[in-house]
Design a protein around this ligand. Structure first.
Ligand code: NAI
Ligand code: MG
Length: 330
């Protein structure tokens, strides 16, 4: 069966690392048909398009979207992040951001393996707020956190389903219920209610600041973590830092209801400092493509790709891609 993939290489190292990911997927024997979409900071500078509704409708027709990285120093912050990445997450209802982590923490000796499930469409990123009297001494800015019962529950349910399917069957809620009492109460009550339906899953709760300590000092306590949009964004950068670094961190933006395509991307950005030098590590993009294959029911190929990435590879972008592709073929 042929999978139709929309390819958004994006800016900087993005197109280079996605090219290696496509190479490895093909080496794994998965039949994909790719269509390039020229989007990102460079495209915006050329003709002003970030992501038009027409382009978004074209994307809806694909099975999945594979994205490299977007953003370029000449474009002010926020334009591409909100106009492209957040627009895709909101409009395609990619309400789960799933990020797997595996590695040995710096200073640690035993490897850990856990998954963070981050709510991807609400919270502080919903864009609630505004500013007034900007640039004056009486300036005011507010940024609200939006939490709906539906949005929180579907995210928590997804995390319980995932935990129930894993060997350890352990799920930790991370929040800040002692201070963010309104949203924290909604998250905690929903978590406890859904937990009653999954008696086979062990549960725990950590405040987000304590979770930061445990990520570094005791990551083995975690199996699956569920948290809100902002905490998840920050915590997953820390997760990457204790799990082999940014060159390995992969992510999936999922619409589990499958009312549209899901989107897969490495956690890193466009790395303007090393663009054009064939130096970027494509492993994060390759592992993101493996997450895409999981979602496309090509789990055996995805496992082969993960196994091929387990043994570290050094070298240029294309060398690393070639080596992993060769391992996958054999
Ligand atoms: P970045 O992730 O692009 O780079 C941070 C550092 O990590 C740099 O030193 C870079 O060389 C290194 N790095 C990143 N990926 C690497 C790889 N695969 N192999 C080896 N080294 C790698 O983050 P930065 O510098 O904050 O952002 C650069 C641009 O990317 C900005 O425009 C930013 O908005 C955008 N960005 C886009 C993201 C996305 O498309 N999802 C995510 C993060 C940033
Ligand atoms: Mg981030």
């Amino acid at each position: 069966m042929t999978h139709n993939i929309a390819l958004i290489g994006g800016d900087g190292i993005g197109p280079d690392v996605t090219a290696e990911a496509v190479k490895v997927v093909r080496a794994a024997g998965v039949d994909i048909d790719t269509t390039d979409f020229d989007l990102g900071g460079q495209r915006f500078l050329r003709d002003g398009e970030v992501l038009s509704d027409g382009t978004l409708d074209e994307l809806r027709a694909f099975d999945c979207i594979l994205l490299g990285a977007v953003g370029t120093p000449e474009v002010p912050p926020g334009v591409i992040e909100r106009g492209l990445l957040l627009k895709m997450r909101f409009e395609l209802d990619l309400y789960i951001n799933q990020r797997p982590f595996a590695g040995t923490a710096p200073g640690g000796d035993t490897p850990h393996e856990f998954v963070v499930i981050r709510e991807n469409t609400e919270g502080m990123y919903a864009g609630e707020g505004g500013s007034l009297r900007t640039g004056t001494p009486h300036e005011v800015a507010t940024q609200g956190s939006v939490n709906t019962r539906m949005g929180v529950e579907r995210c928590i349910r997804y995390a319980f389903e995932l935990a129930a399917d894993r060997e350890r069957k352990h799920l930790t809620l991370v929040h800040k219920t002692n201070v963010l009492t309104f949203s924290g109460d909604l998250w905690e009550r929903t978590f406890n209610e859904v937990a009653a339906e999954y008696p086979q899953v062990d549960t725990a709760y950590n405040h987000v600041d304590a979770a930061c300590i445990y990520f570094v000092q005791d990551p083995h306590r975690y199996d699956v973590i569920v948290t809100d949009n902002l905490f998840g964004d920050i915590l997953t950068d820390l997760g990457g830092a204790v799990s082999g670094g940014i060159g390995l961190a992969s992510s999936a933006n999922l619409n589990p209801a499958r009312t549209g395509p899901s989107m897969f991307e490495p956690v890193h950005g466009s790395a303007p400092d090393i663009t054009g030098q064939n130096k970027a590590n494509p492993t994060a993009a390759i592992l993101s493509a493996a997450l895409m294959l999981d979602f496309l029911d090509e789990g055996a190929a995805a496992d082969r790709i993960r196994a091929a990435c387990a043994e570290p590879v050094t070298g240029s972008t294309t060398d690393v891609g070639d080596t992993i592709a060769t391992r996958v073929r054999n």
